[in-house]
Design a protein around this ligand. Sequence first.
Ligand code: NAP
Length: 258
Amino acid sequence: MEKELTGKVALVTGGTKGIGKAIADRLSQAGATVIVTARNHPGDENLKHHFIAADITISSETDKMVWEINEKYGAIDILVNNMGGSSSPSGGFGVLTDKHWENDMQLNLHSAVRIDRAILPQMVEKNSGVIIHVSSITGALPVYESLGAYAVAKAALNNYSKSLAKEFTPKGIRIAAVSPGMVKTDTMDAYLQSLADTTASSIEEVTRNLMNSLGGIPMGRMALPDEIAELVGFLVSPRASYITGVNYIIDGGANPSL
Ligand SMILES: NC(=O)c1ccc[n+]([C@@H]2O[C@H](COP(=O)([O-])OP(=O)(O)OC[C@H]3O[C@@H](n4cnc5c(N)ncnc54)[C@H](OP(=O)(O)O)[C@@H]3O)[C@@H](O)[C@H]2O)c1
């Protein structure tokens, strides 16, 4: 792989598992120095990335993490706000409490806003940088039965990402969102298992039902994390120098509209 990111420092939040790990590996293969954050060390003795432990839904831990990055690595060139998810139960609108709404907003919107606020000034100073917000197809295609609050948080993230691009692209910073459909990660597998358990269905049935709730996936399967990482690898590279203010849907054709 061409070392087009040599000399660049990249921060990937949630970079120890799933899509974030694939992105971290992809950026590292392209030559970047990669810092990953998560609450827990992945336990891999041969981890090739720099790891910082922090719960980025908590502002004091985010501040500490940014301080450590500044001390050890200097300014960030590429920021991938990948961490996100949902801790809400399935069952539709009626089962969601204020706490579920707040948690999903923290996980998918506020954590990214907080990190952007800390990192953007350094990028503005250098007049360069790239920020990617990992969103979800549900930001444009709500799945109310199980991911209502998450979908709303991702829709907010999309709007926020666009607004940030409008403001900061003139200052030399490219900002884009990437919206995957269903991706085969351990968390997705666990989620499908919990749906299967609560509905007394098989994994195959709940997988098919979830795919159908998105209107079907013409590709006929979930994405692999590496397929999402490949898109992010392109977007943060100099090859994407005119791309900003967009939301790339990567869902195997599921979204019914353009
Ligand atoms: N998987 C899908 O099908 C899918 C589809 C569309 C969009 N997405 C989006 O893609 C992104 C990654 O999803 P994924 O499925 O790859 O996630 P994942 O496999 O569950 O990994 C989540 C990562 O974030 C870290 N993390 C979780 N909570 C954290 C917190 N409070 N503070 C700091 N780090 C935290 C986890 O490590 P620790 O647990 O150790 O903290 C882990 O490294 C998310 O934004 C998700 O919404 C996923």
